[in-house]
Design a binder for this molecule. Structure first.
Ligand SMILES: Cc1ncc(COP(=O)(O)O)c(C=O)c1O
Length: 374
């Protein structure tokens, strides 16, 4: 075989050289291969721990037979259903291949080299990647003492070239949410050359009385609200999320969207999940909150100091070396968590709330790991 040719890096846009690629949690099958029969517990990606809703499973099976056809590029049925549920004109809703892809679409459409995206940090890396890949500047703003976005500091960081200001709430990886009244004031006070994007990937886990960016869109505020089916709805594998925003958003973003970016199985599963939501969501959300709090208490009993969380995960800020050490020890026992950029200091562990059995296993293995740690 002749040597395969390499891609010449000089062919790539210079902006890409400074973009950090997303590092996913270790795939379950990969660790299973390495550890043999050891049971694997994956608590690394904030997925729901249970299978899709029963109606979604049926819809997935039914949709299988039509996969010779391209999907509905407009995701009409799903947008109509979301519009009905949330009282928003479906024309103001875009369905995408996960929120991740919607973030990239917004960045592609809105950011030129020299433009700016302002966001809290540490936070969800996709905003940073999307902006930097455009050659735009990312201005990171420190979180508040709870680990939530500091909206005053965020507003103060907005400048003449800012085009997007992202608010991730509850924040990933820290778990804290912003105050709803402060969020409304923040959105109202932003200058018209900046579009606020409120990422509510973990909305379903928020306590009563928290913010609801989709309702803010409905009430006439100028912002984009992001939601996903990947977490509480248990459809992470199918990649489907949506956003609601200003009138004209769908037409404006159309040139940078892939024609068929949301597959038909995902659309059918998401639609069926909405029908099942009243029956399925409450118990799943309740389990996530219970296990999150039990995990936090257990970690505290082990001498760690988890941050309070409004999402389906818990973050402990242990510093980079200890995070890497604990991650190695947990992985060796078949538990996958997420070492991640820390809160204040760079380095901590983020752990997803799963089933009661998964919490028991995490805590047992964490105890062993801590006993083995210097
Ligand atoms: C804050 C936040 N936004 C978006 C996403 C990605 O969502 P999706 O699976 O819809 O791409 C995640 C996933 O972890 C997240 O934490």
């Amino acid at each position: 075989m002749p040597d395969a040719p390499h891609l010449d890096p000089a062919l790539l846009r210079p902006a890409l050289s400074s973009v950090q690629a997303y590092v996913p949690g270790r795939p379950l099958a990969d660790l299973q291969r390495e550890l043999g029969d050891v049971p694997i517990t994956k608590l690394a990606s904030n997925e729901g721990p249970l299978p899709p809703f029963p109606g979604a499973l049926r819809a997935i099976a039914d949709a299988a037979a039509c996969q010779n056809l391209y999907p509905d590029p407009g995701a009409w049925a799903l947008r109509d259903a979301l519009g009905d549920i949330h009282g928003i004109d479906p024309d103001r809703i875009i369905v995408g291949n996960g929120v991740d892809s919607l973030i990239k679409i917004l960045c592609m459409a809105m950011l030129d080299p020299g433009d700016e995206l302002v966001m809290g940090w540490p936070s969800f890396i996709s905003y940073r990647q999307g902006a930097m890949a455009q050659g735009a500047t990312v201005t990171p703003v420190a979180l508040d003492t709870r680990g939530a976005y500091d909206l005053d500091a965020l507003a103060a960081a907005v400048g003449p070239r800012t085009r997007i200001v992202a608010v991730v709430s509850p924040n990933n990886p820290t778990g804290a949410a912003v105050d709803p009244r402060a969020l409304a004031r923040f959105v109202d006070a932003l200058p018209s050359h900046v579009l606020p994007v409120v990422d509510e990937a973990y909305a379903e886990y928020l306590p009563d009385g928290s913010h609801d960016a989709v309702a803010m869109v409905r009430e006439g505020r100028r912002l984009v609200a992001m939601r996903t089916f990947s977490k509480a709805y248990g459809l992470a594998g199918l990649r489907i999320g949506w956003m609601a925003g200003p009138v004209g958003m769908a037409e404006s973003l159309a040139p940078v969207r892939n024609a068929f970016d949301v597959n038909a199985v995902a659309q059918a599963a998401a639609l069926a999940s909405l029908d099942d939501a009243a029956a399925e969501l409450p118990a799943r959300v309740a389990m996530a909150r219970t296990e999150r709090d039990r995990m936090a208490r257990g970690l505290r009993d082990l001498g760690l100091d988890p941050l309070p969380s409004d999402a389906n995960f818990v973050f402990v800020d242990v510093g980079p070396e200890r995070a890497a050490e604990l991650d190695r020890a947990l992985t060796a026992h078949g538990v996958i968590v997420r070492p991640t950029a820390g809160f204040g200091a760079p380095g901590g562990l983020r752990m997803t709330a799963g089933t009661p059995e998964q919490t028991d296993r995490l805590l047992a293995v964490m105890r062993t790991a801590l006993e083995g740690a210097p």
